[in-house]
Design a protein around this ligand. Sequence first.
Ligand code: NAP
Ligand code: GDP
Length: 324
Amino acid sequence: MQRETGTMCIMVTGGSGLVGKAIERVLQEEGPKTGEKWIFLSSKDANLMNLEETRAVFQKHRPTHVIHLAAMVGGLFKNMRQNLDFWRNNMYINDNVLQAAHEVGVVKVVSCLSTCIFPDKTTYPIDETMIHNGPPHDSNFGYAYAKRMIDVHNRAYFEKYGRRYTAVIPTNVFGPHDNFNIEDGHVLPGLIHKTYKAQMCVEEGTSLQVWGSGRPLRQFIYSLDLARLFLWVLREYDEVDPIILSVGEEDEVSIKDAADAVVRALDFRGEVIYDTNKADGQFKKTASNAKLRKYLPDYTFTPFHKAIKETCDWFVNNYDIARK
Ligand code: NAP
Ligand code: GDP
């Protein structure tokens, strides 16, 4: 099939997840953009751990551009339990997607790394040049090394074929359509779900259990802000080298601050207990957004408390369909 000159067919792997749904919503809010056709994939369209299924879905849609989000994803505690699966599954998915993209002539792929893949022993703030400078935190080495290899793929596809395959490096993401499973998910969806449940039984004295000391620090990015930045990277950013997508260093908060924000948004009146028998994970991974700021000095992030409130409201209003 001959495609009209100047049209982009953008295929989003992992289109049914937290970040994929946010991109879909931002596109709906923006209204249709001339020359762009979007396809959102879930694991039902293809198991990207399988090379033949991956090739088939790329052959079927023949995208010109790809936003590659699909991954085995989980919070600290799932990572600690399943390092081997995180390593193998993500290695297969990334190798298959990038190779299939190359084979059908995709001109640009934007993949997704994470600030939790950076070296554990490091100076702060962390920047884009430091990905390979030392071992990641022990808790998630499987995920971290698999993600780091995307950067190796991108450099090698550029060196050998001149492909402009790049990656973004978001900090901790949260928002509607997150995975609210308490055992497997990240801290904010976990706390939102736990607070919601505790609230149901607050009369019986049920407390909210926050895991760990509450002291670790994180930079959280709202999925809708990340989605807007993803669209900018797809349309405007021309480097093969990755770019950190993060709020500023001054917007880093403690896990206790995050728990307080959830408690406030859900108006939870019960006791909050810190279970220090549970792991704290990496103490901090403070990232610099100086590179992003050089490109987009005026980009405004949604205030943290507003984004938390919107996410809590989404969870309460969509309790029946939320992933949990
Ligand atoms: P998510 O909500 O868990 O969604 C994962 C997506 O990947 C889903 O669409 C899922 O499809 C798809 N997927 C998983 N395994 C697959 C497979 N074998 N074949 C095909 N599709 C598969 O994840 P997310 O939070 O949106 O994460 C998106 C990207 O951002 C990931 O690359 C992640 O590493 C990165 N990231 C996330 C965070 C965070 O805090 N969440 C932080 C930094 C970076 P189904 O819906 O069909 O299962
Ligand atoms: P990380 O940022 O990659 O470490 O992953 P998470 O999003 O899972 O955040 C982990 C941090 O939040 C650790 O300091 C945990 O001790 C703390 N935490 C507190 N309560 C929870 C919870 O209910 N779920 C999770 N996943 N982490 C929690």
